[in-house]
Design a protein around this ligand. Sequence first.
Ligand code: HEM
Length: 309
Amino acid sequence: MSYQIHHSVPKAVTTWLSIGIVMVFVQVVVGGITRLTDSGLSITEWEIIQGTLPPLNLADWEDAFDAYKVNAKKQYESLHADMTLSEFKVIFFWEYIHRFWARMMGLVFIVPFVWFLWKKWIPRWLILRLGVVIALATAAATFGWIMVASGLNDDSRTWVSAYKLIIHLSLATTLLGYLFWTYLLAAQPQRVDYHFAAQKRFGVWVTGVLLVQILFGGLMAGMRAGLIHPHFPVFVQGAGFWSIFASSDGLTLAALNDYEPSLYVKGIVQLLHRSTAYLLVVLLLVFVVQLLRRQVSKNCIMVASLWGG
Ligand code: HEM
């Protein structure tokens, strides 16, 4: 049995880290709502400072709505052609809150960080980890704009690029996971290593597969790939389990490729997303059984099953 010691960290710092975790989690949820409400292209500029205030009068609102009609023309015409100004305010609201919250996250992070540094309350190992946190958050925010820009001024696009969406999503997910891990290291300076090296390695693999599954999920969402095979567990109603390969109604992968290449890609993404889901269920069952056999602490099994849930 070995002990790994980190210097203890003042409560104010661990509290600040936990506030950071909650804020990133809220940002992930708001980001999901922004996508699900098709609000992502409603703000067509990225003005970090000037964009902090929303339109404050009718003229400003009409300018913002006109900019949306022009810069997100394909989406406006295909999804929101008869939209009123008050309906536009709803989609603007979600994108605006998502960006405003990103600004607040920056503020709530930087100001205390500088204060704690000045007070010498942050040990060196934690400063390095927080440097990674800042880099991940900056990359997530920057890719937020790169993703939005991918859907603007392009008459072939109704939505943002699915590939840029999953980069934004994977940066956000990595930020949340890395910040949580950093909090655990800071909050539990004395960690006992129970020599469960094999389980730990297996746990890292399961986490890796879960991250890949989140990315496939982001691709499914970004491509609206779920619409071409809206049946479960079969792909095609009244056909076999793996009916995506051969079925009577022509919705096979080969047929999709003839019909329109992007449908083929959507078919592949759905196949990968479903298959990874089945793999993940098996891996998690094996993981929990392994932990049960090794009589690890109840907390550990609870976290493992929650992580899998
Ligand atoms: C650290 C800051 C940020 C985090 C953690 C974050 C996280 C997320 C997450 C998790 C989603 C949901 C993805 C999905 O459902 O697949 C999302 C969506 C979105 N984010 Fe962010 N975001 C951040 C900053 C930004 C910024 C600064 C912008 C714009 C400049 C932005 C623009 C968007 C848009 C437009 C969507 C919706 C995508 C769509 O319509 O499909 N995000 N964000």
